[in-house]
Design a protein around this ligand. Sequence first.
Ligand code: WAQ
Ligand code: MG
Length: 284
Amino acid sequence: MVKSFNDNYNRNQTAFSLRMRASMDGMHISGAERILSEDKLPSELVSLFNRAINHGIGTPDEIYFSVEEIKEDILFAGSLPISTILTEGSEDSRRKTKELLKLHNISEKTISKAFNDISKGASPDSKNMRGAIVIDIDTGERLEPDPYRGVRVSRMDICEEAEDTLSIEMKRIDTEGLRVKEALILATKVSMAGTVAELCWSDNPDYTTGYVASKRYGYVRFPDLKKKGDIKGGRAFFFKGQVSDIYSYINFLQKRPVLIERVTQGFRPCTWEEFLSRTRRDEI
Ligand code: WAQ
Ligand code: MG
């Protein structure tokens, strides 16, 4: 994200999608997505290579890079606002995460299914998936065409200036880390696709904060959503609509270029009750 487009004056430059994914013994361990101009490609390739080989989980035995010219129009967007809920351990976090999902009119059965699948490793062979589960909010049915791989969101990034603003904003609200920035960019794009809500926690055993994100409630973080040492993680996109719409939905997630150019103000960590009263106030 060091890169990208310096807003208005070089919007006409050709943009490239740069992707990296690394695996070890067939298990996905690291990936990244960038949108950037040609002059930034060489340095970013090197930095993503370093990132892949220095990944905490292990040294990859395969690293793939792809560079594609972006021919579609880029959608410029504002980020979702960040909130962080103060909780008392993983059970409390899970309970509140589920409550927030219920506020999106997602059935309890569907919520439990998403939690159970991610907790046990959501691919049919109980490994972490490279992409996300897509789950029908009413039936709880999984809709991703390839249940081993899932749907991988691609072609999203943040403009340089917006990234600087985001760093300042994150400091203001006591939040830090590249992981948060990348997840926020992804979650913003996922919300723009019409996703009812997204549920996510990392597959990194040391990173236990997860989130629920949606247009309606923003990017809502829950510390300790999983226990330290747990290597299972993943994402679920809660989908509402005709099953026939699923292909254009997935196409948007995989192909439509989205660049964050504005940062929406977020909130300092607060209790669940404070969060609820704030969101209710906003709805009036
Ligand atoms: N598209 C779809 N699913 C993805 C993608 C993608 N581009 N990248 C990762 N996933 C899925 C995949 O199943 C991974 O195993 C899982 O998500 C977790 O990925 O606010 O770091 O990169 O403190 O480990 C969230 C909280 C961090 C950040 C999420 O995810 C915060 C994180 P990871
Ligand atoms: Mg990871």
